[in-house]
Write a protein that binds this ligand. Structure first.
Ligand code: B1M
Length: 213
């Protein structure tokens, strides 16, 4: 079993101490922090999602798996900053939209953006549009990055865009969206400026949005 498989299994089994130990061992063996996301953490949570959909897992198992994923990402977060050349790429206000409590993907995106030199203002989960507007004003953000994991909360991305427009801020800030149910065409349909399929794509999108501003 590869070290990536070991970490995947620990997360699926919800074994946070094992996930922590395997992550530390992987780093000790020279695995780059960013490699652990596509090779272990993201596929593990996808498998958890499949089991949830197929009624093999219920909320407690999913929460325990999420906690194990968190044990790994908590170790990786400080290491990712500085993984790439550090520069001031811009300020990103990020969060998961109102009504939505999923934050694993949003946290990975935030970590990758931070490692790419962006200043991150993370508003957390269940973020109402007015909180985004206030943060954009306060921090002079270049980019708003919103996640949604539920088809029922995706509409709240449009509410953020509308609130920014109503506050007279829409011309000053780029809006990008992502999350499992979000697509490029959805992003376009709500008037977002960009979309990221995964965390790496989110970094590319944020860079190109700032460059084009
Ligand atoms: Co939830 N849940 N959940 N859940 N959950 C899903 C999303 C679901 C698909 C599971 C399923 O049925 N198979 C389903 C949604 C169905 C739908 O809407 N069509 C679902 C459901 C139904 C629910 C509840 C309603 C269940 C219930 O209560 N009956 C409930 C809703 C609570 C709420 O939010 N109000 C709920 C609750 C939960 C938990 C709390 C138990 C837990 C969340 C814990 C946490 O996040 N702290 C949870 C989890 C863990 C999941 C699954 C299993 C995994 C999500 C995850 O972490 N994925 C999920 C199934 C799945 O997605 N496969 C599921 C891993 C993560 C790395 O991927 O978040 O997609 P993701 O992020 C990716 C990309 O999408 C992208 O980059 C990331 C890294 O590559 N990305 C961006 C994300 N944001 C981006 C932003 C960008 C760009 C890219 O730019 C701004």
């Amino acid at each position: 079993m590869s070290i990536f498989d070991e970490l995947q299994q620990a997360i699926i089994d919800g074994k946070a101490p094992v996930a922590k130990e395997v992550t530390e061992r992987a780093l000790g063996e020279g695995v780059r922090p960013a490699e652990l996301f596509p090779n272990a953490i993201v596929p593990a949570m996808n498998e958890v999602g499949r089991r949830m959909r197929d009624c093999e897992f219920f909320i407690p198992e999913v929460l325990i798996a999420a906690r194990a994923a968190r044990a790994a990402t908590d170790i990786l977060r400080p290491l990712l900053v500085g993984d790439e050349e550090v520069r001031s790429a811009g300020t990103v206000v990020c969060g998961t939209v109102k009504g939505d409590l999923h934050d694993i993907g949003k946290n990975i995106v935030a970590m990758m953006l931070e490692s790419a030199g962006f200043q991150i203002v993370d508003l957390g989960v269940d973020v109402p549009p007015e909180k985004v507007v206030a943060a954009v004003r306060e921090h002079g953000a270049n980019v708003v990055a919103m996640s949604a994991l539920l088809t029922t909360t995706m509409v709240n991305m449009k509410a953020v865009i509308d609130a920014l427009a109503a506050a007279g801020l829409r011309d000053q800030v780029k809006v990008m969206v992502g999350g499992a149910p979000v697509t490029e065409s959805w992003a376009q349909s709500i008037g977002a400026d960009g979309y990221g399929k995964d965390a790496s794509a989110a970094v590319e999108t944020a860079r190109s949005l700032v460059a084009a501003a």
